[in-house]
Design a protein around this ligand. Structure first.
Ligand SMILES: Cc1ncc(COP(=O)(O)O)c(C=O)c1O
Length: 371
């Protein structure tokens, strides 16, 4: 009998893609984009070929915002921005917009992306490390009792999900200052109360759609902060005042993101994804933990990421063969990030459940052959 993955791959020429981002997109979205590529909405032109100031595009943008508001239950007193520059650029813009010169801001360090956030912010703010998991190899989140929060901080920055280290912050964060969170790799993966945050940002290229567009959700009253001298293009308030069309936006990316939002709503929204994501991540972690040391994940169980599952083979000499055989079975994008090595399976919303089952089957078969 042929392996089901081989059959799947032959039928649709699409693999199961575990890439960390840019990542797999929902197949119906890709098909719709394909069907509409030459003639969008009867205009006789592609959506990529029309003005961002035209009525049909403005309608598209408004619909995407409405859909994102519905998907994430974003309250009216929060602005939603669709920007460029990726999550990394937001990490630099945050202190410019929300900290006055000489002010300090608090940073919780739970992995690689928390460190990036500090590096980007440092030219503009005194970044104080509240606590860091670095000494423990970023295998756990520092205990709340050990966080040294500053009452005079402009904000507290956290990384909701560490895409490389596979560490996820769980639960509400108590702080006297607004909490700003990098949700790049876990936005829309489960219900979250936006009111717990002053600002949420996410590069779209994981759960929300393609790279090249970045979502910022910010409590409107924070936009009144003076921040630091900066050009309009670096000013969140200016982007909000111009509906994210201060300059030419990433129109095609915005369109694809809009299709992904509709798809997520049609699939049952964040409630449905939350349940599904928790269940399948648990299945994969159970397979790793139950492998008698053949595979291992070193993150403390309470903070293991549901979106990005890094794991190691007991013998790194087998890594190349593991990846080769996985590729043969249509399992793509499993090589770990170079910072940690090993393997990583990213389980974003658009990844079918069958992909996770196929990965687990393959891991068991590989272990039998090489154990
Ligand atoms: C959690 C997190 N933050 C920030 C980034 C950087 O995003 P970008 O490449 O959009 O700047 C990434 C990229 O993978 C990420 O996973």
């Amino acid at each position: 009998m042929r392996h089901p993955i081989a059959v799947f791959a032959t039928m649709s020429h699409r693999v199961f893609n575990f890439s960390a981002g840019p990542a797999t997109l929902p197949e119906p979205v890709l098909r719709q984009a394909q069907a509409e590529m030459l003639d969008w909405h009867g205009l006789g032109a592609s959506v990529a070929e029309i003005s961002h100031r035209s009525a049909p595009f403005i309608e598209l943008a408004a619909q995407a915002e409405a859909d994102l508001r519905q998907l994430l239950t974003i309250p009216d007193d929060y602005a939603v921005l669709f920007l460029q520059g990726g999550a990394t650029q937001q990490q630099a813009l945050i202190p410019l917009n929300f900290a006055v010169p000489g002010q300090a801001a608090d940073y919780l360090v739970t992995g690689h992306w928390s460190q990036t956030a500090i590096r980007q912010a440092q030219p503009y703010v005194e970044a104080r490390i509240v606590a860091s998991g670095q000494a423990g190899g970023f295998r756990d989140v520092p205990a709340r009792a050990d966080w040294r929060l500053s009452p005079d901080a402009a904000y507290l920055h956290v990384t909701a999900n560490e895409t490389i280290h596979g560490v996820e912050l769980r639960g509400r964060i108590e702080a006297d200052v607004p909490v700003f969170a990098d949700f790049s790799s876990s936005i829309a993966s489960e219900p979250v109360d936006i009111r717990d945050y002053g600002l949420v940002y996410a590069g779209a290229q994981k759960n929300l759609g393609p790279s090249g567009i970045t979502v910022v959700i910010v409590r409107r009253e924070l936009l009144e902060r003076a921040g630091q001298p900066r050009a309009d293009i670096l000013n969140y308030a200016s982007h909000a005042a111009r509906d994210s069309m201060l300059n030419t936006p990433a129109t095609f990316n915005w369109y694809l993101l809009g299709l992904c939002l509709r798809w997520m709503l049609d699939e049952g929204g964040v409630q449905a994804f939350g349940t599904r994501n928790a269940a399948r991540a648990a299945r994969l972690y159970a397979a790793i933990d139950g492998s008698h040391g053949f595979y291992r994940n070193e993150v403390a169980p309470a903070v293991r990421s549901r979106m990005n599952v890094p794991f190691f083979l007991h013998d790194p000499a087998l890594d190349a063969e593991f990846l080769r055989q996985a590729g043969e079975r249509g399992l793509m994008g499993l090589k770990g990030h170079k910072v940690v090595g090993g393997m990583r399976a990213s389980l974003y919303n658009a990844l079918p459940d069958a992909a996770v089952d196929a990965l687990i089957d393959f891991m068991q078969a590989f272990r039998q052959d090489h154990g």
